[in-house]
Design a protein around this ligand. Structure first.
Ligand code: NAD
Length: 496
């Protein structure tokens, strides 16, 4: 278990980060991080406790006092420098990211650039936090002002599927707003978050503005609950499963925290007969295969109109046949392993269930643990697959597959597919492929989701609002809306 060969060795951080210091957990206990391509241990990290959460949040509360009044220009300059450092160190952070998450190295470096885009965007937003003057309707002598102020200490709980970008999307916005942060990255992928924290310090973030507490599965419930109950923390922002989001919301009730919950999706991907076939295939590949299918906006129910079903499924199989999968550091690999063993079991259970209920496997052997696992370890590999003849009674219709398996459903009419797409208790991403402009609007307005992508498979970006409805949660990340999540609107009424 030796550190990887990085050009900037300082990025390999195996301590938590509290008040500008690298530290062990107060108990001295540690948990292991593994490489999902080999299942071998790559590092041990502090297994923090509720006490460490309390220490980190108290430091964050002290740091907030100065940070909230630090002038916006300074905040923007630090964030910009932080973004530039991420770009300059993308090769190393990409290495760490591939080691702990499994995604192909080129994709990992792409994620680092994506992560930097949030810091760049919020560097600008830090400098544009305008309040408003509200005309008084009843009293000409009153002056009414709505001020935007930072909410205070913020807890950011980030997932393992985007170990870099979810850190900057949350913490970048919070820090730009003038908040201080206690970050709890997913245990599986905390090394990336720690490397980013190191660069934040190098960029000039004062001690205590960004703190990182790490923990493994044994301490997760304790640390999660401590973040919810901690009175100094005023806002909690979580990305992860709907089940955990609901638990955190209950646990935050007593301290009445403001919440942003970006939870699971079940994205419909709708292909109409009048689509441009190549555009639709490009889009579905981006929306299905990215990150081995482990994103909350991955196409989970691919609805194809009957007139184009055969051509689309043939085209999709052709594309899947060319996908090289294996260790993320392998040459030309575009699909890595799944990040967790739990995830592998879930994908296989979904596929077995679909086959048992009548689905056809057009390509792939997704129920077998793949052999493409490299050097003697096993790895959480699942072969990319295309399933046809999917039906609503199958498991994967109601839950995210979170793997590189494309399930195809046939439909006849626009009304029918809109109803099918909306028959879900969650509503996050969705996709529509058509060349009919009136239909684009009808579908865009009719889908019960937070985001609709038309003739493209890419939804997110620094300036773009990312949000869900129904059991996909609430709160917006990205764009100017993402900053507002970390602000309060304070009213001042002055009689003059
Ligand atoms: P999980 O429900 O065990 O954990 C999800 C996330 O919540 C993880 O990051 C975990 O660290 C965190 N978490 C779990 N329990 C917590 C607690 N008590 N307090 C605070 N944080 C806690 O799920 P999993 O096995 O990691 O993934 C299962 C499914 O969840 C996936 O297959 C996928 O459908 C969904 N998921 C969604 C996203 C997303 O981006 N929305 C990210 C990860 C997982």
């Amino acid at each position: 278990m030796s550190p990887p060969n990085l050009s900037n060795a300082n990025l390999w951080r195996t301590d938590c980060y509290i008040n500008g210091e690298w530290a062990r957990a107060s108990t001295g206990n540690a948990f292991t991080v593994i490489n999902p391509s080999t299942e071998r241990t790559i590092a041990t990290l502090p297994d923090c406790t509720a006490q460490d959460v309390s220490i980190a949040s108290n430091h964050a509360a002290r740091a907030f006092k100065n940070w909230k009044t630090t002038n916006p220009k300074t905040r923007g300059t630090i964030l910009r420098k932080w973004a530039d450092l991420l770009i300059a160190n993308a090769a190393d952070i990409g290495t760490i990211l591939t080691m702990e998450n499994g995604k192909p190295y080129a994709e990992a470096k792409g994620e680092v650039a994506f992560a930097a885009s949030y810091l760049h965007f919020y560097a600008g937003e830090a400098e544009r936090q305008y309040g408003e003057v509200v005309p008084s309707l009843t009293n000409a002598d009153n002056r009414v002002f709505a001020l935007q102020q930072p909410i205070g200490v913020v807890a950011c709980l980030t997932p393992w599927n985007f170990p870099a970008a979810m850190v900057t999307r949350k913490a970048g916005a919070a820090i730009a707003a003038g908040c201080s942060v206690v970050l709890k990255p997913a245990g599986e992928t905390s090394l990336t978050a720690l490397a980013i924290a190191h660069l934040g310090a190098e960029a000039g973030l004062p001690a205590g503005v960004l703190n990182v507490v790490t923990c493994g599965p044994q301490r997760l419930a304790e640390v999660g609950e401590a973040l919810c109950r901690e009175p100094t923390i005023k806002k909690l922002s979580f990305t992860g499963s709907t089940a955990v989001g609901k638990l955190l919301m209950k646990q935050c009730a007593d301290s009445l925290k403001k919440l942003s919950l970006e939870l699971g999706g079940n994205a419909p991907f709708i292909v109409f007969d009048d689509c441009d076939l190549e555009t639709a295939l490009d889009a579905v590949m981006a929306a299905k295969v990215r990150n081995s299918g482990q994103t909350c906006v991955c196409a989970n129910r691919i609805y194809v109109q009957r007139g184009v079903y055969e051509a689309f499924s043939k085209g999709l199989v052709g594309r899947f046949q060319k996908l090289k999968f294996g260790d993320g550091f392998g040459d030309g690999v575009v699909v890595g392993p799944l990040t967790t063993g739990r995830g592998l079991e879930k994908v296989q259970a979904h596929v077995r269930d679909a086959i048992q209920k009548g689905a056809d496997v057009l390509f792939g052997k997704p129920t077998e643990k793949s052999e493409s696992s490299g050097d003697g370890g096993s790895g959480f590999f699942v072969q990319p697959a295309v399933l046809s003849g999917m039906k609503p009674d199958m498991l994967s219709h109601g839950e995210e597959i979170f793997g590189p398996v494309a399930p195809l459903y046939a439909f006849d009419t626009e009304e029918e597919v809109l109803e099918m797409a909306n028959a879900s208790e969650v509503g996050l991403g969705s996709y529509v492929c058509t060349q009919d402009h009136a239909r684009m609007w009808r579908m865009g307005e009719g889908l019960e989701v937070g985001m609709v992508a038309i003739n493209t498979g890419v939804i997110a970006g620094g300036e773009i609002p990312f949000s869900g409805v129904k059991h996909s949660g609430f709160g917006v990340e990205g764009g100017k809306w993402g900053l507002q999540e970390f602000q309060i609107t304070k009213t001042m009424v002055m009689a003059v």
